[in-house]
Design a binder for this molecule. Structure first.
Ligand SMILES: [Zn+2]
Length: 124
């Protein structure tokens, strides 16, 4: 199960960017070719966020379909699994998408009440 290592790096990045603020939700794009099991990742997320600012945050997984282009016939086709084979029979294919694993967005709130003026200060 490689979900734990992947999830841990996601949680590390989330906690770093949260800068002490409470994290409520994290949206992660997962390519279909990453072979990540969503349920396993949700479980790992729960474990990895324990005692962090992202504890009890919701994990939203957005699956990015695998797409490849064939160098032999030029066709672009969907890859339902990591087996790289064009319908024409060629294995000379280039992956266009489906290997992504990135944080698309996260929802945070201030850890403690800030004066209203502080919220309008533009980021440096
Ligand atoms: Zn082909």
């Amino acid at each position: 199960m490689h979900e734990m290592a992947i999830t841990q790096s996601v949680v590390d990045a989330v906690c770093e960017h949260a800068e002490g603020r409470r994290v409520h939700a994290v949206t992660v794009e997962v390519g279909a070719l990453c072979a990540v099991v969503p349920d396993a990742m949700r479980f790992c997320f729960e474990v990895a966020t324990e005692t962090t600012v992202a504890e009890d945050a919701e994990l939203i997984l957005v699956e990015i379909p695998g797409v490849a282009a064939c160098r032999t016939c030029g066709a672009e086709f969907r890859l339902p699994d990591p087996i790289l084979l064009c319908p024409c029979g060629s294995a000379d294919v280039e992956i266009r998408s489906g290997r992504e694993l990135r944080i698309r967005s996260m929802e945070v709130s201030e850890a403690c009440a800030q004066p209203a003026a502080a919220a309008t200060t533009p980021p440096r």
